[in-house]
Design a protein around this ligand. Structure first.
Ligand code: MGD
Ligand code: MGD
Ligand code: SF4
Ligand code: MO
Length: 679
């Protein structure tokens, strides 16, 4: 018998915790925490503890599949790759590169995302590449870049311990980033104050010095209201504003329009609570802001993010330990997928495709002329398919048939494609629509790197051989490239990483050797550079921080006579996204076996709905049947549905309306009606 442990990185959320995978005779038996890890320090959440459970599950894809006579049949790699390459080549020949799109993946490694960025641009000849960051922190990337010059989390997870005040706004930290939540607990233990602003009463609300439940989608009004009070009371940091920022006058003028009474009417938060919130955040420094999807997933997502940047700069809370605007990035490698250029407008390291010098640099390195016009986003792709502009799609490690808004439309679009190639580790709802399905190897079966939410690049190490005939994603993409007339011959992920370093200044100083222990936080431009725990220390990346005057706008769809309630969607601690990995994990499945709709006891009482009773929920897009869960966590007039469960998919209901700049959908607000089925 042979027992081995492998130190690697958790495949679930952006905390990037260290795990030890235990294998007996080449088969996984357990996951253990890593004491020396810089973020998790010997802790793991339930998902991390059970991260080995999905890997060898019988449902894993073990062989390539090809659609024949309407059915997906197992075939050889040769046959599947030939069919995929022929499909792409046919569309390229008939319609040109702008008819092809790639969806990269925040689940796969940096090396694999970098190759996908090269595959789209150099092999296919298109900038049509995007990934789930579009549904997630697209607003952050745009909003923080505009305010500070860099769209990433400003500080580190462990740095939360140094905060004197923490404002958690639109982040259900203890369920979605449990180990970051632990660092908030550590700060509280040392006497930090906790403020929570969330329409739902989350676990942290119970522990907060002050928790407010604003109306969904009212954050710009709320934050303007807080800043109004701060300026009126003179709690703003005048020296910091003078030395390090620009645009304050315009902001101050705008804030005049947001007195407490007006803000209370929009948000539902009383003037007295607004004042206490403003005072604690502004006067008990350093103050850290922690936010996530409650801020970004709105038609005003970018405005929300810019408003938080305003609030932090107004009080001098950027560029110091214990402060910052901490956007908690969601997926294990969503930061990395963005860093690697899995976006329609930039190469790796956010070098714009339209920038002459950057475009020339990559063209020379890759030996092909590269397109300069930014490509299509994920959310603009669906209408483009319906309009007949996109004909072929290569999806790696995403499951839009559960995670896209307005699923009925998304499904109709995917069915219209001439060519759909899906590369996943499970036979997902999306894979069921494909012509070719390619089985990737999971995190436990390959090596490479992930970049966590605090920009820390961490090693992923192979623990067991790929299950069945599955293969690491980088090998599959490279074979497809070769078959499309662009030979790729990388022998290892490390060889791909060497190319990443060479072309990406923020990663230039990293090597696998240097990453082996605690990893390194970018920017890390030289081999001697120690990495960067917090950004914007003495100057902002853009020079001066930019205040922006912002008006409150209501959500795209609000309640009315026909659809009298608001639907909010989000996460459960036990499941991840479309549930492919967590729903087959016994430990997680037993915690939460299926979906549910949280409804306030008063609303349930009025309708005569009992706890556990199935109800019919409908919106202008569609309807689902789902069990009701009576809960004080949601306010009157609001219901909450986690989006992990295909059999009662929240996204049948959600509104595909987009933020005009970030192109992120409004997952957090739409209008619905709830009907008893039993009546
Ligand atoms: N268990 C688990 N963990 C995960 C994931 C998962 O699927 N499951 N996914 C990962 C990913 S990719 C991401 S992006 C993160 C997301 O992590 P979070 O953003 O923390 O998770 P959500 O549940 O989407 O929403 C967060 C909070 O926003 C609040 N909210 C809703 N509407 C509003 C509003 O209008 N304003 C404000 N201020 N708040 C509002 C909700 O009530 C909720 O408490 O989680 C990551 N971690
Ligand atoms: N209603 C509603 N919808 C939402 C959200 C919401 O809050 N509300 N949140 C949005 C957010 S923030 C996000 S990030 C998206 C997520 O949207 P998606 O990215 O579409 O969701 P996942 O289920 O994480 O899909 C990842 C896929 O990758 C596969 N996979 C895992 N590891 C590997 C690997 O190594 N190789 C390959 N090839 N495949 C692999 C998994 O099996 C899974 O099918 O959902 C969005 N949708
Ligand atoms: S907090 Fe996130 S990274 Fe850490 S163990 Fe849990 S899911 Fe994994
Ligand atoms: Mo996300």
């Amino acid at each position: 018998m042979n027992f081995q442990t492998t130190h690697t990185t958790c495949p679930y959320c952006g905390c990037g915790c260290g795990i030890l995978l235990e294998a007996l005779d080449g088969s996984l038996m357990g996951s253990q925490p890593v004491k020396s890890h810089p973020v998790s320090q010997g802790s793991l959440c339930l998902k991390g503890w059970s991260s080995h459970e999905f890997v060898e599950n019988e449902q894993r894809l073990r062989q390539p599949l090809l659609r024949k006579n309407g059915r997906l049949d197992p075939v050889s790699w040769e046959e599947a790759l030939a069919a995929a390459a022929q499909g792409f080549k046919g569309v390229l020949d008939r319609h040109g590169p702008e008819a092809v799109q790639v969806l990269a993946s925040a689940k796969v490694t940096n090396e694999e995302n970098f190759l996908l960025n090269k595959f789209a641009r150099a092999v296919l000849g298109t900038n049509n590449i995007d990934h789930c960051a579009r549904l997630c922190h697209a607003s952050t990337v745009v909003g923080l870049a505009a305010a500070f010059g860099s769209g990433a989390m400003t500080n580190s997870i462990v740095d939360l311990e140094n905060a004197k005040t923490i404002l958690v706004i639109g982040s259900n930290t203890t369920e979605a980033h449990p180990i970051a939540g632990k660092w908030i607990f550590r700060a509280l233990k040392q006497g930090a104050k906790l403020l929570v602003a969330d329409p739902r009463w989350i676990q942290l609300s119970d522990l907060a010095d002050l928790a407010v439940q604003q109306r969904p989608g009212s954050d710009v009004a709320l934050i303007n209201g807080l800043m109004h009070i701060i300026v009126k009371e003179g709690w703003h940091d005048k020296d910091y504003i003078a030395a390090r920022t620009e645009g304050f006058e315009a902001l101050a003028d705008k804030l005049e329009e947001y007195p407490p009474d007006k803000v209370a009417a929009i948000t539902g938060v009383s003037p007295a609570k607004l004042r206490r919130l403003a005072e604690m955040y502004a006067t008990h420094k350093p103050s850290a802001i922690v936010y996530s999807m409650g801020i970004t997933q709105h038609t005003t997502g970018v405005d929300n993010v810019k408003s938080l940047a305003n609030l932090a700069m107004l009080t001098g809370n950027i560029g110091l330990s214990g402060g910052g605007v901490n956007a908690l990035r969601g997926q294990n490698n969503v930061q990395g997928a963005c860093d690697m250029g899995a976006l329609p407008n930039v190469f790796s390291g956010y070098q714009p495709v339209a920038d002459e010098a950057a475009n020339t640099k990559f063209s020379q390195a890759w030996g092909r002329d590269l397109p300069k016009q930014p490509g299509l986003t994920l959310t603009d792709m669906f209408p483009a398919i319906e309009a007949g502009k996109i004909k072929a799609l290569y999806i790696v490690g995403e499951n839009p048939m559960v995670t896209e808004p307005d699923l009925r439309h998304a499904e109709a679009a995917l069915k219209k494609l001439e060519v759909l190639v899906v590369q996943d580790i499970f036979p997902t709802q999306t894979a069921q629509l494909a012509q070719v399905v390619l089985p990737g190897a999971s995190f436990a079966e390959k090596s490479g790197t992930y970049t966590n939410t605090e920009r820390r690049v961490l090693l992923v190490r192979q623990a067991i051989l790929p299950v069945g005939a599955s293969r690491p994603d980088w090998q599959i993409t490279q074979d497809l490239a070769t078959r499309l007339g662009y030979p790729m011959n990388y022998s290892s992920p490390e060889e791909i990483f060497a190319e990443i370093r060479q072309l990406t200044p923020s990663y230039a100083g990293m090597t696998y050797e240097r990453l082996a222990g605690a990893g390194l936080q970018w920017p890390c431009p030289t081999p001697e550079h120690p990495g960067t725990p917090y950004l914007h220390k003495d100057r902002f990346t853009r020079g001066l921080g930019l205040f922006q005057a912002i008006d409150y706008k209501p959500p795209a769809e609000v309640e009315d006579g026909e659809y009298p309630m608001l639907l909010s969607t989000g996460r459960s601690f036990a499941h991840f996204h479309s549930g492919t990995m967590t729903r087959v994990s016994p430990s997680l499945h037993q915690e939460v076996p299926t979906g549910y709709m949280e409804i306030n006891p008063e609303d349930a009482g009025r309708m005569g709905v009992e706890d556990g009773e199935p109800v019919l929920v409908s919106s202008r897009r569609g309807e689902i049947r789902i069990p009701a869960r009576i809960s004080h966590r949601v306010d009157r007039g609001v219901v909450f549905i986690p989006f992990h469960f295909a059999e009662c998919a929240a996204n049948v209901l959600t509104n595909p309306a987009l933020d005009p700049v970030a192109r992120i959908p409004e997952f957090k607000v739409c209008a619905v009606k709830v009907k008893r089925l039993a009546a």
